[in-house]
Design a protein around this ligand. Structure first.
Ligand SMILES: [Zn+2]
Ligand SMILES: [Zn+2]
Length: 406
């Protein structure tokens, strides 16, 4: 302790408030505020000067600790329009103050210190907790007050809101997400008729704005568990997705109401189901998941072929790996890679003349159209190749996403 008293003695050569004195010994004991600790240190030192009568004269903080109430008040007022149940405080302090504090530590030899920002954040947080009756949350606060102590300004960092759901898509002309025009990148040009997008609507457009409206948010994002081709339907148990809205003012949403409103607007095109609150972690898991998917593909062959050979298709593909180069139809926007995927199951559901309906369960990321027609040999083996007859895919539907039973 004598060493600590020596440090305190050296420190008190300068005018210090109890906050800035106590912070020199912040890690010595728990359960006390820096201010309380500063007061104790001061009284345990014989002939120590009292704290400066004007806190503005404190050598380190220059009065910042006299402004805690004001910073809390500014934060509360700034956040009034937002619903949140937990929060955190962050502060910006001018660089000069921080440098002054750090060189003061070495000047007096203090090693058990805490930074001025850490104390400001904690003390302002305590006042806000008292005012709002809401707790500080260090891990995932719904609101962060970023207080710039130099200009008495508070910037709000509002946590986004996440909503989980599944969708079925009955339209063969609807992309999953908003697709900005390639020509003008969203500004509007002759090619897109001034709309700035390639398609009038999308699955995202049918749900995102509804969530945005109720949450009074500013921007929406759509995260799907993979995506089907625009001309493919999404049937069966539906595809999981998470809608993310940024800067929501309302967080407690009536998701049942949102679901029926979105469904009313999406009639015959898309159906939304199972809406419930979600999280960033679940959104990430959905984006990264690699569940198998089951498809139904209606294929037409250009020539008559031996129907008996369909058994050969099944035996050479069922449970087997296939190799796929990036399909020529997407090669312009994706790197040309070779990937191996497994056809977990394949069966023939219907045969009628030159038309065959296949049901295929395959690894996540398998290109099913290419598995059928072969993409000029870029997918090996492929159905057309095995049958010795070129073909085209008339219809493709996703009939099950393998994240849960049907
Ligand atoms: Zn001070
Ligand atoms: Zn355009």
């Amino acid at each position: 302790m004598s060493n600590r008293l020596e440090i305190a003695g050296r420190a008190l050569q300068r005018p210090l408030c109890n906050h800035c004195l106590g912070r020199l010994f912040a890690s010595v004991s728990r359960g006390l505020s820096d201010e309380q600790r500063g007061a104790i240190v001061r009284t345990s030192l014989p002939e120590s000067p009292p704290p400066p009568s004007d806190i503005g004269e404190c050598y380190i903080c220059r009065g910042l600790f006299g402004e805690l109430e004001k910073f809390a008040e500014l934060s509360v007022r700034e956040g009034e329009a937002y619903e949140f149940s937990t929060f955190l405080v962050g502060t910006k302090v001018d660089a000069e103050t921080i440098e002054r504090e750090e060189s003061f530590w070495s000047e007096v030899g203090a090693k058990e210190t805490e930074s001025i920002k850490a104390e400001l954040n904690r003390e302002i947080g305590k006042i806000i907790e008292g005012r709002l009756g809401k707790p500080v949350d260090f891990k995932s606060p719904e609101m962060v007050f970023l207080i710039d102590t130099r200009f008495d300004r508070v910037v709000l960092d509002v946590a986004p809101l996440f909503v989980y759901g599944r969708y079925r898509k009955y339209s063969r002309g609807l992309p999953q997400t908003r697709w900005p025009c390639r020509e003008c990148r969203g500004k509007g040009c002759p090619r897109c008729g001034g709309k700035g997008r390639m398609y009038d609507s999308s699955v995202q457009d049918l749900i995102g704005p509804v969530v945005m409206g109720y949450a009074q948010a500013e921007e929406d994002f759509f995260h799907g568990m993979g995506r089907e081709d625009i001309d493919a339907r999404m049937l069966g148990n539906g595809r999981p997705f998470v809608v993310e809205v940024r800067r929501p003012r309302v967080r407690s949403l009536d998701l049942g109401k949102i679901e029926s409103e979105a469904n009313a607007g999406a009639r015959d095109k898309v159906e939304f189901l199972e809406l419930r609150p979600s999280s960033r972690a679940e959104m990430r898991a959905i984006k990264e998941s690699t569940h198998p998917k089951t498809y139904r593909a209606r294929v037409r062959f250009q020539h008559d072929f031996d129907h008996g050979k369909l058994n050969e298709v099944v035996t050479s593909l069922d449970g087997k790996p296939i190799s796929q180069l990036t399909p020529s139809r997407v090669a312009h926007r994706r790197a040309n890679l070779e990937r191996t995927r497994s056809v977990r199951r394949i069966s023939v559901e219907e045969v009628s003349g030159r038309e065959v309906v296949f049901v295929v369960e395959a690894d996540s990321g398998t290109y099913i159209k290419e598995l059928m027609h072969g993409d000029e040999g870029r997918t090996q083996p492929n159905v057309a190749g095995i049958l010795g007859a070129t073909c085209e895919v008339l219809e493709l539907d996703v009939i099950s996403i393998g994240d849960k039973g049907e």
